[in-house]
Design a binder for this molecule. Structure first.
Ligand code: CU
Length: 144
């Protein structure tokens, strides 16, 4: 029995430990950098706050999107969505894994987008509900 345990520990030392040290390069397992964006406001202003977002390639982000207004809004930025690798999007009831094009948030709801930017660029952000972009619900996302 003791010989068996020794062989087991050697197996763990040789195969399990080196694999976990390789995880340093696993971008999906970093501690995410938390960024929060508020869509709209309690007074029903058509804004993103903040309206300028900056991210860096190769870092894992947890983008918290909060709709604090009495109506639904979109977080729409096709260029940004095409320049990130999405790990998942989640809210209190579910997780979605895979590429994301845009996020719609119902009044008072929150969603979290976990992603790693993979391409640099500057992209427009807007809410695509009729009239919202024109009323100023726009922003800029920069990936450095
Ligand atoms: Cu809107």
């Amino acid at each position: 029995m003791k010989g068996y345990r020794k062989v087991l520990w050697i197996f763990i030392a040789l195969f399990v430990v080196p694999q976990s040290t390789l995880a340093v390069g696993d971008l999906s397992n970093q501690n995410p950098i938390v960024v929060t964006v508020i869509l709209g406001s309690e007074k029903n202003e058509l804004t993103f706050f903040p309206e300028k977002l900056t991210f860096e390639t190769g870092k894992l982000y947890r983008l918290i999107l909060k709709n604090s207004s009495p109506q639904k809004h979109y977080f729409t930025s096709p260029g940004f969505a095409a320049s990130v690798w999405t790990r998942k999007v989640q809210d209190s009831s579910m997780e979605v894994k895979g590429a994301i094009r845009e996020i719609e948030l119902l009044p008072g709801k929150t969603a979290e987008w976990f992603f790693v930017p993979v391409k640099t660029g500057t992209f427009g952000l807007y809410c695509h509900i009729s009239g919202h972009k024109e009323a100023g619900m726009v922003g800029i996302i920069e990936i450095k």
